[in-house]
Design a binder for this molecule. Sequence first.
Ligand code: ZN
Length: 153
Amino acid sequence: MVQKLNVESFNLDHTKVKAPYIRLAGKMKGLNGDEVYKYDLRFKQPNKEHMDMPAIHSLEHLMAEISRNYSDKIVDISPMGCQTGYYLSVINHFSYEDIIQLVENILEDVLKATEVPGCNEVQCGWAASHSLEGAKTLAKEMLDHKDEWREVF
Ligand code: ZN
């Protein structure tokens, strides 16, 4: 029996999930009724595959920038340390189907990108570690499996 931990996704059995998927991983409500929803965008099968650093990093920059073209409710998109996916947090954005559509729109735009935004030493903490082509490959692979995004197990 695995000990129950504070973080919701640590209590998810990562050997049972089937990537790729998009899963609501948490909700928080503020004092004024505002709600923050956190999603797991799982790109790669845990402990079987992972994204390499230049590609996951460039896709992070691209998704962070492009997502704000579609929504003013993005709190954050950030990579998982295990390099198998991203966390997406939104505020007052309640529809799972809208999130699915948002991610699809973002990734379609990634495929059209001609450069990685902010990949220089002024705007990024590791400007040498980027790959536009790698990011596009990840986006394409994820889009190729979009029929599976709603299925976690
Ligand atoms: Zn960076």
